[in-house]
Design a binder for this molecule. Structure first.
Ligand code: FAD
Length: 366
């Protein structure tokens, strides 16, 4: 298959899907490639904050996502020995302390709104494998595989929105450095008991964060930080004392946890690390979202950052075509707008992680 477009976006996650919509809306011929065949793929964080909400509202997408299903978090609680010791409620101007949006609902809306544009093409189940360079060394398109079929795409700009292990970043030889966070994450999903309110509940277990995120659709996502690289050793130990720690902090979950988390196999391990790239663009290619700056799960900033990147990059790409300037300098305007903000958030994530235990300190009585 041979195709041609002004812009080819690799990755149909939140960042790539929004960018595809925004470019298509502006009349720019756009192809989005996604390696998965469907949108209900592996679990990613699904909490939006005010930044993500603002971007969706700016483009009249929020209501549509709301119709597809989302849930407003009413408060954040800090728990110790079965009791709440601190509660954070929304600021007066906000109605929530975060929004749970199942990623399939967000992606479904972004794709559904994009598809009617004649200048938009979405190729699911299509994995990029190679970048093409012209005689000046500028990226001029890419090669991908869809099933057993080769796909060749000629495009003026390739966007790498392909996440933390970005193939575009690697093929374009864009450097990056990783930041270690000293922990890995265990995830499990359980049904929420009757009457469970939309909250984020935090606890401290062996000095590490154990968090419960209420989810749209009647579920709770458990996120449990464990020492980095400790899971193979942990898995050799007895499971019962490990899971008992959840029940000790959240006694209301006794029955549900016993029913739904019965062995180590009921957890999914996620390796945590963040990264940043010193440059986000070269001639003919630009990276964004997790490909440019992988965020750790702390504070739920990643999707929001990817949506903000897409919003900014859509304007930069539009300007590039209006002024007939698709140089690296033009594309690197995304760095001027976004880099300092993203790197500040990455610092905040590290600080939040280092000071997490302080949330559980009882104030001294004078
Ligand atoms: C455990 C965990 C919890 C998190 N919790 C939150 C949270 O609550 N809130 C939040 O805001 N952020 C959270 N994050 C971060 C968030 O998931 C990411 O920052 C966000 O998904 C980045 O969006 P993206 O579009 O840049 O990349 P991604 O969501 O990673 O999307 C990249 C897409 O590219 C596709 N792709 C990859 N390689 C190729 C290829 N070669 N060819 C074609 N397609 C390809 C992938 O299949 C994927 O669909 C969490 C992250 C983790 C690991």
């Amino acid at each position: 298959m041979k195709l041609e477009a002004d812009v080819c976006i690799v990755g149909g996650g939140p960042g790539g899907a929004l960018l595809g919509y925004l470019l298509a809306k502006q009349g720019i011929s756009t192809i989005v490639l996604e390696r998965h065949t469907g949108i209900d793929k592996e679990f990613r964080g699904e909490h939006l904050n005010q930044d993500g909400e603002r971007v969706l509202k700016k483009y009249d997408l929020y209501k549509k996502v709301q119709e597809a299903g989302l849930l407003l978090m009413e408060r954040i609680e800090y728990w110790q020995h079965g009791h709440v010791i601190k509660t954070v409620t929304p600021a007066v101007a906000d109605q929530h302390v975060g929004i749970h949006v199942p990623q399939k609902n967000l992606l479904k809306v972004l794709i559904r709104e994009s598809l009617p544009y004649q200048n938009y093409n979405l190729l699911m189940g299509t994995k990029v494998t190679e970048l093409f360079f012209n005689q000046n060394g500028n990226v001029s398109g890419l090669k991908a595989i869809k099933g057993d079929q080769d796909v060749t795409i000629k495009s003026k700009i390739v966007v790498g929105a392909d996440g933390r292990f970005s193939t575009v970043r690697r093929l374009a030889e864009i450097p990056f450095s990783t930041i270690k966070h000293g922990y890995d994450l265990l995830w499990a999903k359980i049904p929420s008991p009757q009457g469970w309110e939309p909250t984020i509940k935090n606890a401290l277990v062996n000095g590490k964060q154990l968090a419960l995120f209420t989810q749209e659709g009647g579920f709770i996502q458990i996120g449990w930080n464990i020492e980095e690289d400790s899971y193979p050793t942990l898995k050799k130990q007895s499971f019962a004392p490990f899971i008992k720690q959840v029940i000790e902090v959240f006694p209301e979950l006794t029955e549900t946890v016993h029913q739904h988390i019965q062995s180590w196999d009921d957890f999914i391990l996620l390796k945590v690390q963040s990264s940043r790239s010193p440059i986000w663009a070269k001639d003919g290619v630009v990276i964004m979202g997790d490909a440019a700056h992988t965020m750790s799960p702390t504070g739920a900033f990643g999707i929001n950052c990817a949506l903000l990147d897409a919003d900014a990059l859509a304007d930069i790409i539009k300007e590039a075509f209006d002024n007939n300037d698709i140089s690296a300098d033009q594309l690197r305007k995304i760095e001027e707008i976004r880099r300092a903000k993203v790197e500040k958030l990455q610092m905040q994530q590290l600080i939040k992680e280092e000071t997490y235990q302080d949330n559980f300190k009882i104030p001294a009585i004078s």
